[in-house]
Design a binder for this molecule. Structure first.
Ligand code: F6P
Length: 342
């Protein structure tokens, strides 16, 4: 059996550990061969492949990014897109099955291709942790750690200048990175897409912290929708999956906080720093296990499924389960964090 691996969508720390886990398990347990498609679905559409022998994955679990490259290419668009073209390419390359490592957009493409007869299993990845069918996605732990380190630094400069600091983190339409990094760094307010919050409330928390002699720290998720607005702040158009490119809400909030509270306020957008660099130990282990399990899914011909973390177990779930709902921050988790605000 010859298996093609692709990494698609935004990159994420741990992708290389998945590739290594899959290749090592595939070679050792099943005597499979592997090729890697370059830049996600683009490589599949254009038959752009590299061989992945055992030595190609040596020592890569600790490397950030993806050795295969990635892109937000849509599998169905363009003259080479669609199940028929892709099936022909795979046949010409002698590739019997695909392991698609990606987030919601990638897995949606994988499911559609699978429905049209292509043999695919999925591995969920995203720093956003927004896939419903798995408890955690790899990359999330690393992104949080990076965010916390950055926010800790913002705090010391904020304290020195007696300023309010606004830290904007990623997460698209869910607030997991904001909730976890905000809680870990002792934020005085955490603003997430799941909770509409008024400027009055935000400024009350900022003032409370300031009155106690603290430099107020606000952690805001890029997808936060202030009360009265109907959509997340976005000025950069849509990505290839048709989703708004987010970013900039922190810069919008900072002058409003300053004007209302009279406290000098600065905003910092952490942006892609959260996706870069070496994966945490937790993410390396999770990613390796998922990669190994994905190969077992291939061996069991469990097409149209993805591997998922439930508690400490790696299970198999239908791809559609991952796509039905976003995993949002539940109310009780926000209420718990909110007790610490102000
Ligand atoms: O989905 C992961 C993510 O990093 C989101 O948190 C963010 O909104 C988006 O990707 C950024 O995408 P891009 O790298 O295309 O700017």
């Amino acid at each position: 059996m010859r298996i093609g691996i692709l990494t698609s969508g935004g990159d994420c720390p741990g992708l290389n550990a998945v590739i290594r886990g899959a290749v090592l398990n595939g070679i050792k347990s099943h005597d499979y061969e592997f090729v890697g498609f370059r830049d996600g679905w683009r490589g599949v559409k254009e038959s752009d492949v590299i061989d992945l022998p055992r030595q190609a994955v040596r020592g890569i679990a600790k490397q950030g990014g993806t050795i295969l490259g990635t892109s937000r290419t849509n599998a169905f668009e363009g003259e080479n897109g669609g199940a028929e073209n892709i099936a022909r390419n795979l046949e010409q390359l002698g590739v019997d099955a695909l392991i698609a490592i990606g987030g919601e957009g990638t897995l949606a493409g994988a499911k559609r291709l699978c429905d049209e007869g292509i043999r695919i299993v999925g591995v969920p990845k995203t720093i956003d942790n927004d896939l419903d069918a798995t408890d955690y996605t790899f990359g999330f732990d690393t992104a949080n750690q990076i965010a916390v380190e950055a926010i800790d630094r913002l705090r010391t400069t904020g304290e020195s200048h007696h300023r309010c600091m606004v830290a904007e983190v990623m997460g698209r339409h869910v607030g997991w990175i904001a909730l976890h990094s905000g809680m870990a760094s002792g934020a005085h307010a955490i603003l997430i897409p799941e909770q509409s919050t008024s400027m009055d409330q935000i400024c009350e928390w900022v003032n409370e912290a300031n009155e106690r002699g603290r430099a107020p720290l606000v952690v805001v998720a890029e997808g936060f929708v202030p009360e009265g607005d109907s959509e997340a702040f976005s000025t950069r158009g849509l990505d290839t999956f048709g989703r708004p490119r987010l970013g900039g809400i922190g810069e919008l909030l900072a002058p409003m906080i300053e004007e209302r509270t009279g406290i000098e306020t600065r905003a910092t957008v952490l942006g892609h720093i959260q996706r870069g660099g070496v994966p945490s130990a937790f993410d390396r282990v999770l990613a390796t296990r998922l990669g190994m399990a994905a190969v077992d899914s291939v061996a069991n011909e469990a097409w149209g499924t993805m591997v998922a973390l439930h508690g400490t177990h790696i299970n198999r779930v239908p791809l559609r389960a991952a796509l039905n709902n976003l995993k949002r921050v539940p109310q009780n988790r926000y209420e718990e964090a909110k007790l610490l605000f102000g």
